[in-house]
Ligand binder design. Structure first.
Ligand code: NAD
Length: 454
């Protein structure tokens, strides 16, 4: 497999991929290793994960540079991802022992009723490239800590990062046969799905998630899926400082080049402040400098997948044909590398792909709304349900609005953030089950009900 640099079009490295035989062998190794791994004490496994955190901190520059080269992510944002991921490790390391401790929930006469947990067995993690560390951690960290062994397939667009994570986990003491990585594209993912895993933790697009759930139908395999989003954001006329809100919205749209499942994907603005707000938003988006991901001044790097440039252009063209007004950007940059500038379209409507299909790029449509009722109706008019944001300094009104949105995560006066202490879950086409928080630990265990009569 050729690992290409999306900012230059140059080859970084050619790497050997797995095949049908090696994936079967790797599964067998992980299956055999699982009982011994589960038999290690939880505190031993926690100590390894803490060591892994120290090693990741030690290698931050090496990991961030390779991530930036293979993905086109600005180097500073790659460093931020490594550093932010340490928080997730902290959450799991701090919470797992109390979360999994057997709990006596009731005494019924001489019978103790106890809730306990067992590992699932062997977990397959098929992962996405956009936040290769953060999304991998949601699955393989709790899976390992709960006593499962893991077969991990990083995305073909973030393989070098995935291999760094594998190297560091092994250096931290996680046995080679308890965490096994597989290299390859979608066809290798499809071959892995033929094997009898006990759980599949998948992060990726709805289209692939649908194929995976169809493949697994009838197999009773635990399936956790973190899929795409079409995340709405509503700016009310009570939003406060327009410039500060525009700054936050621009970041929500453009950080990581908009290639985030929780990036702001559509914006609704109350008619009373619409014109003033979009002026501010345009100015803020213009300030996001596009360029060489390794340059410290770059805020928008390269688009990771070359074929996505024509997808983004098609969304722009479709929107303009249906009446949108282009005020910024609009087409790929000519020359080498995959670059698409920050793009702003006004007068958007739900007849446009721009407001319905996940964009996954530095491109945003804005729509004027008359009131809260119309805003809620539009926010809920989507197949997806990952995150939704409301900007409103009247907190009561803001909370009421969030209560009416069909979304896994609601943000009031903020957007595009994840906390390991809260569940991460999508509704509809955005996913199945929860990762992170206590729920994201339970996701990788069987609950066991014990009735102990003395
Ligand atoms: P993708 O679906 O193209 O690929 C994801 C993974 O699936 C890759 O490892 C790929 O090799 C593998 N794959 C592809 N076809 C397969 C098949 N038929 N069988 C098995 N595996 C297969 O997604 P992507 O481009 O890597 O990631 C972007 C998508 O992920 C976006 O939709 C984004 O919103 C979503 N995402 C969601 C979250 C979340 O937390 N909800 C987080 C990050 C990314």
């Amino acid at each position: 497999m050729q690992i290409m640099n999306p900012a230059t079009g140059e080859l970084i490295r050619t790497i050997e991929t797995d095949d049908g035989v090696s994936v079967r062998d790797k599964f067998a190794v992980a299956r055999e290793a699982q009982p011994a791994w589960a038999a290690r004490s939880l505190s031993e496994r926690v100590a390894m994960i803490k060591k892994f955190s120290d090693l990741l901190k030690r290698d931050v520059e090496i990991v961030a540079r390779d991530m930036s080269l293979e993905m086109g992510k600005p180097l500073q944002q790659a460093r931020n991802e490594v550093n932010g991921s340490l928080n997730k490790i902290r959450f799991f390391a701090e919470e797992i022992e109390k979360t999994l401790a057997p709990e006596k929930v009731r005494q019924d006469g001489n019978t103790e009723e106890i809730l306990a947990f067992d590992p699932l067995g062997v977990v397959l993690n098929i992962s996405a490239w956009n936040y290769p560390i953060l999304v991998g951690f949601n699955v393989f960290l709790p899976a390992l800590l709960c006593g499962n062994t893991v077969v991990y397939k990083p995305s073909e667009f973030s393989t070098l990062t995935g291999l760094h994570l594998t190297r560091l986990l092994h250096e931290a003491g996680v046995p080679q046969n308890a965490f096994v990585s597989v290299v390859g594209e979608g066809d290798i993912g499809a071959q892995l799905l033929q094997l009898p895993f006990d759980c599949v933790g998948f992060t990726g697009s709805y289209a692939t998630g649908k194929k995976i759930s169809e493949t697994l139908a009838g197999r009773m395999t635990r399936l956790i899926m973190e899929l795409g989003g079409k995340d709405p954001l509503y700016v009310t006329e009570e939003c406060g400082d327009l410039e500060a809100v525009a700054d936050a919205v621009a970041e929500g749209v453009l950080y990581n080049n908009g290639q985030s499942c929780c990036a702001v994907e559509r914006v609704y603005v109350h008619e009373k402040i619409h014109d003033a707000f979009v002026e501010q938003l345009k100015a803020k988006m213009q300030a996001w400098k596009m360029g060489d991901p390794l340059d410290a001044a770059t805020l928008c790097g390269a688009i990771t997948r070359g074929n996505h440039l024509s997808f983004l252009k098609a969304q722009v063209d479709d929107a303009i044909a249906k009446g949108a007004q282009l005020v910024l950007g609009g087409k790929p940059q000519e020359g080498k590398g995959n670059f698409f500038p920050p793009t702003l379209l006004l007068n958007a409507s739900h007849s446009m792909d721009l407001m319905r299909e996940e964009t996954f790029g530095p491109l945003i449509g804005v729509m004027k709304v008359k009131n809260d009722t119309q805003a809620i109706e539009l926010m809920n008019d989507s197949d997806y349900g990952l995150t939704s944001s409301v900007y409103c300094r009247n907190l009561e009104r803001g909370k009421k609005l969030l209560a009416e949105v069909n979304t896994g995560t609601g943000y009031l006066n903020c957007c595009d953030r994840v906390s390991a202490w809260l569940p991460w879950s999508g509704r509809g086409h955005s996913g199945v089950g929860s990762t992170l928080s206590k729920l994201g630990i339970f996701a990788f265990c069987h609950a066991k009900a014990l009735h102990i009569r003395s």
